[in-house]
Design a protein around this ligand. Structure first.
Ligand code: DGL
Length: 352
């Protein structure tokens, strides 16, 4: 009898709430941005200095995150995200890559400026091999403002990064209660809290600390990616730049980039990645000189169709499919670390 009671007591210990609901371990990697910003007064919702508040203060301002997970913080950068270059991007990816390798790290939150959050998220989506959640989060108002959006965004991001349901979903962006896929999320409003959207819709939503999913990602990412931060040497990627399409353009815009030593140019064309007739001779010559032309579009929705208004096969050009110019820049730069073959580059644009 005594033996049975002892075994029962032991079993109950094992089933104790702590054992049953052991919290995941989430590391918050802070990089700066508005979520770490400070304004002169509470009514300064758009006038402030970004990248001022350190990660420990961010976490102390939202103690509720400790109910969701065992949360710790590291300060990777303290920068407004418009100032992030490939050097910081590579450094950040290496740091996150080391963190996700640790068995006692279950998820990552990256606090980040919103200006280039979509680029950083897409890059991590392509080069960090893990199925652990990596969740980027920011805010449109500084923490000093009335109705600041950062604290709840951060709470939601920790809830998402600590949720097993977020594993294998690719790198995610958590903003304004919405869960977005890194590859198609983009900043579409520059002054409102509902700043982010995706042409293909959010993946789901976080409400009161719980993630609700409504669609999945269909492109290669993280563990299924052929790119890997561990194979990137140094702190630079092949130089790729963007030319924004409009009426009355100058061929010199492209020639200047060729002079600057670019390996590819993203043409952010009007409409379906259109190229003005007076630019075609320059762009075909640049392609013949060994610099890859990639046709993207300044139009936020849809995708650039190959051989529609431009004979891409004939010119050797690549189309960015549905990737916006800034993401096309990153994918092209990574692709060029592997190949210069236009057919291979085109495959990558269809698969990532
Ligand atoms: N300077 C911008 C940035 O760091 C502020 C925008 C924001 O973080 O919301 O991206």
């Amino acid at each position: 009898m005594k033996k049975t009671l002892t075994s029962l007591a032991m079993a109950l210990t094992l089933l104790s709430p702590t054992a049953l609901f052991a919290k995941n371990n989430v590391v918050v990697v802070a990089t700066g941005g508005t979520i770490a910003g400070a304004g002169a007064s509470s009514t300064n919702s758009a006038t402030y200095t970004a990248a001022k508040v350190p990660v420990n203060v961010l976490l102390d301002a939202v103690p509720q995150v400790q109910q969701l997970a065992n949360v710790s913080g590291v300060q990777a950068l303290q920068i407004a995200s418009e100032s992030i270059t490939d050097k910081e991007l590579i450094q950040l990816a290496r740091q996150i890559n080391e963190l996700v390798k640790k068995p006692d790290v279950n998820g990552i939150v990256v606090t980040h400026g919103t200006d280039t959050m979509e680029e950083t998220a897409f890059f991590l989506n392509l080069v960090v091999h893990t199925d652990k959640p990596i969740v980027l989060v920011g805010s449109m108002r500084p923490g000093t403002a009335l109705s600041a959006d950062g604290p709840l965004n951060l709470y939601n991001a920790v809830a998402l990064a600590s949720s097993d349901s977020a594993k294998g979903k690719g790198t995610l962006v958590m903003m304004n209660d919405d869960i977005f896929a890194a590859r198609d999320v983009t900043k579409t409003i520059n002054i409102h809290t509902n700043a982010f959207s995706s042409p293909w819709g959010a993946l789901g939503s976080v409400v009161e600390g719980k993630a609700y999913w409504f669609r999945d990602v269909s492109k290669l990412h993280n563990n299924s990616s052929e790119f890997n931060i561990e194979n990137i040497k140094g702190d630079a990627l092949p130089l790729v730049q963007i030319v924004y399409g409009s009426d009355n353009m100058l061929a010199q815009s492209y020639l200047a980039l060729q002079q600057a030593g670019v390996k590819a140019i993203i043409h952010a064309g009007t409409g379906n990645g259109s190229v003005a007739n007076y630019l075609v001779p320059t762009l075909t010559k640049i392609q013949q000189d060994g610099i890859q032309i990639v046709r993207s579009s300044r139009v936020p929705q849809g995708f650039v169709l190959r051989n529609a208004e431009q004979p891409d096969d004939k010119y050797g050009w690549v189309v960015a499919h549905d990737l916006n110019p800034q993401k096309a820049r990153l994918l092209t730069a990574l692709a060029l670390t592997k190949t210069k073959d236009a057919k291979e580059l085109q495959r990558m644009f269809y698969e990532y």
